[in-house]
Design a protein around this ligand. Structure first.
Ligand code: NAD
Length: 497
């Protein structure tokens, strides 16, 4: 059986002391093995990145950007291959896989503007014959640790920008769908990236812990669930590293009584069930203001859900595919059962759907649950499945209070025709990414992505301008060139105008 290896110093390494099964979630079969790196393998990758760093740091930004231009073209040329890998290992249907890849490519396009981003700032004559400027210098070796749900896009949030800024990189992708990251690294090599600048190690906690504690790793970008994000942030910062750790979510949409209900239902259908709800920006809670809005929403949404198609990635007419593992399927089903036991009403039940020909796949159908309340397990925790909860609120203030009191603060949105309400909402809601009649407000590549509260540990978001700040150290230089000899005597007061 094929084993997905590591990519270290430009070489694919297939030997491994330990391996782990990789499943095809659509069929439920083991399709390949993934090498699980031992500590010394991760150390080899860090050492390769450390050796490659001095030359890469001093490569002109325009030359580094040229690699990214070529990489962008290679991603486009290899899009079908990348999407097929995403389908086989994640289960995502082709147009959704293409959407993820396109968003990833946009991050590569942003990285192509490196010379502009790294220019810094310059002031002439900050004092008599004194000039001052700031530079954005790379950090050294940086690491990225990524989740299963965007095997192409989340790595592309990280390494193109880090590398174009002059850093070298060690990527630890999810062990559940590892092939995509390996292919991306090979395409970077084909684009002209020198060996050692980008390395990929597959693995588990052993690999992560090695990256978090190695003295040569200067910064860590993490994306994954909140408990692991919190651990990664605490460990990396305790070891003197810069860290940004993006965690889980519970994204609410407020449906106001004046909302265009058909539009809201169409938007939420995609945002709740697309990618089987396995998106950190999935809208998993609809907070309807008033019983009338709630009843209309439930009626229209359950109608729309009649035509939802869950199935394998091999049929592009499906709306979404399986969840990632059998264990995750059981977990999602468990949340649905807990809602029922705690007094909510299951309106559409997606447990154990019939998917003809794929009986062993990890499928959960679209599920709609009404009369959910704060305090219920299904409300408090991230389900990460195709499950939409409906909470009934008496007022917009009450709906906002629920959102503000929730531990997560990744994304949210409001559906309304009232501009004043929308402005009040975006001004006062304690969430990092806000949509107004836009269900998935994922910022474009030239903005930055980041939640609030327990959805992000660290002070900078990922990609865009925040990404540049994260992957660089600002240095400010103040310079004077006296012609000769001592012009001024010693000064003991603090220099000022
Ligand atoms: P996960 O936390 O299980 O895994 C993420 C990474 O951490 C993987 O590379 C994994 O190998 C590693 N890891 C797992 N257990 C570990 C441990 N005990 N110690 C050290 N490392 C460990 O997350 P996942 O299931 O792959 O992804 C889904 C989660 O990611 C969801 O919670 C989702 O909301 C979140 N997510 C967040 C964002 C965001 O931008 N905020 C984006 C995508 C996904």
């Amino acid at each position: 059986m094929n084993t997905v290896g590591h990519f270290i110093n430009g070489q694919v390494i297939e030997t491994a002391e330990r391996t782990q099964d990789v499943f095809n979630p659509a069929t439920g079969e083991i399709s390949k093995q993934v090498a699980i790196a031992a500590k010394n393998t991760v150390e080899e990758a860090i050492a390769a990145a450390q050796v490659a760093y001095p030359e890469w740091r001093n490569t002109p930004p325009a030359k580094r950007a040229k690699v990214m231009f070529k990489f962008k073209h290679l991603l486009e040329e290899n899009a079908d291959k990348i999407c097929a890998l995403i389908g086989e290992e994640h289960g995502k249907i082709p147009h959704d896989a293409m959407g993820e890849l396109t968003r990833g490519i946009e991050n590569v396009e942003f990285a192509c503007s490196a010379p502009q981003m790294l220019k810094g700032e310059h002031s002439r004559n900050v004092g008599p014959n004194i000039d001052s400027w700031s530079e954005m210098q790379p950090l050294g070796v940086v690491a990225g640790i990524t989740p299963f749900n965007f095997p192409a896009m989340v790595p592309l949030w990280m390494f193109p920008l880090a590398i174009v800024c002059g850093n070298t990189f060690v990527l630890k992708p999810s062990e559940r769908d590892p092939s995509c990251a390996l292919l991306l690294a090979q395409l970077m090599q084909e684009a002209g990236l020198p060996d050692g600048v980008l390395n990929v190690v597959n693995g588990d906690k052993v690999a992560v812990d090695t990256l978090l504690t190695a003295p040569d790793v200067k910064a860590v970008s993490f994306v994954g669930s909140t408990p692991i994000a919190e651990y990664v942030y605490a460990t990396a910062t305790a070891h003197g590293k810069r860290c940004q750790a993006l965690g889980g979510a519970k994204n609410h949409a407020i449906i106001m009584p004046d909302a265009d209900m058909d539009n809201a239902v169409a938007a939420l259908t995609g945002a709740a069930f697309g990618s089987s709800g396995e998106r950190c920006m999935a809208l998993s809670v609809a907070v309807c203001v008033g019983d009338e809005a709630a009843d209309t929403f439930i009626e229209k949404m359950s109608g729309a859900m009649q035509s939802l198609k869950v199935g394998a990635y091999t049929d592009s007419s499906n709306d979404f595919g399986p969840v990632i593992t059998e264990a995750h399927k059981q977990k999602v089903n468990g949340y649905i059962s807990s809602a029922e036991q705690q007094g909510a009403t299951i309106v559409v039940d997606g447990r154990n759907p019939d998917v003809a020909g794929f009986e062993n796949g990890f499928y959960v159908g679209g599920t709609l649950i009404d009369k959910v309340q704060p305090g219920m397990t299904c409300y408090e925790e991230e389900i990460f499945g195709p499950v939409l909860l409906v909470v009934r609120a008496e007022s917009m203030e009450q709906a906002m209070q629920m959102i503000n009191e929730h531990e997560y603060g990744n994304g949210t949105c409001i559906f309304t025709r009232d501009g004043e309400a929308a402005r009040y909402f975006s001004d006062n809601i304690l969430v990092g990414m806000v949509g107004i009649n836009v269900p998935l407000p994922v910022p474009v590549a030239y903005h930055s992505f980041g939640g609030w509260k327990r959805s992000l540990f660290g002070s900078l978001g990922t990609y865009g301008p925040d990404g540049v700040r994260f992957y660089t150290n600002r240095k400010t230089i103040t310079q004077r060139w006296p012609s000769s000899g001592v012009r001024e005597g010693a000064q003991f007061s603090f220099p000022s105008h």
